[in-house]
Ligand binder design. Sequence first.
Ligand SMILES: [Fe+2]
Length: 386
Amino acid sequence: MPSLPLPQELRLPQRPQGLPHPEYTTPRGVSPLVAVREAGLQYPNYTPFTLPNLEEKPFVDRGLYAAPGQTRLLAAAQEVHHLTPEIGTELVGLQLTALTDAQKDDLARLVAERGVVFLRDQAMDVHEQIAFAAYYGDLHIHQMAGIIPDLPWVHPVHKDETAVHGRSHQIWHSDVSYELQPPGLTMLKMDTLPPAGPDGTLAGGDTIWASGYALYESLSPTLRSFLETLQARHSGLEQAEKARRTTGCLRRDPIETIHPVVRTHPVTGWKTLYVNENFTKEIVGLEKRFGDGLLDNLFRTVAEGYEFQVRWKWSPDAVAIWDNRATFHTGIFDYCDPASSPRPAGGPQAERPYLDPNSHTRKEAIAATQPGKLAEKEENKGLDGL
Ligand SMILES: [Fe+2]
């Protein structure tokens, strides 16, 4: 991690009651992987503890306070690279820990628009990561994933010879979509890369994101109109059952929730597809064979719409911040035991998903405000096929 002086004090969320290993404290400025192991604890830790069931609560997205064009953030970056036309932007020359609140608000809007924002070489320990994420809302604690014992908001994504979940993350999904208020902005920071290159070099474990906005607006107007009438059942029951079977660590009553198939993003106002292969089990009110056929086609569109995806190659201390409401993602498990790839993730709960009938697709909204820009883009697209 690049060395920067550590701030004296950070405001972290209040810890819930009954955390396991109350004697353990994560030291500042070191890898939680190293610290937990040195303390003789499991990483990530699956020691069971219980949490109250989640209840609906108000949420206001900080992206609503962004400046037009996110100028306060982007003017401070040395370079801004849009990695694909549809999704993914890399910012160069910024340290997240040094951002002002105004710049953090701009970042929320940039992530909402571009789906995922990347930064490399972030001097940010896990405490700072939590404090940063907590600016955007109440941090989510996963119903069954491993945690760092004293920092339960962190979900260590980890695989080594002790991993019990194998390849379960290699499936396109939106995190915990079965919840009433699934997380919005979500952050992942690379701790240790797998030495999975052919000569033992650091390689492997990339992550791919796909844009829900772009996928949705690629569908025909007729299909989009139909999808906007539908709701789907998202389920956390299978995941809970797996937890009972493997680690015995389930912290809340597992739930299923009905969400609209198309939701509106509260900051951009754009419509996005909101069904995913991991957790969406059924279209409500359709015969099962029709609903399953429809879902299967939508899942295939997510997986095979390469022009709507961005693949990120990690480096130590790289950070990804994505909008879990408007994107799908999957890890790539091309590294083998005993290689390890720990990366702490965390994010705040967002609003309950909704569809605003007056909202638009992204392209419709851009065309309404900048008609020339979109027409020019479409014209250029046509030339690509020549
Ligand atoms: Fe995920």
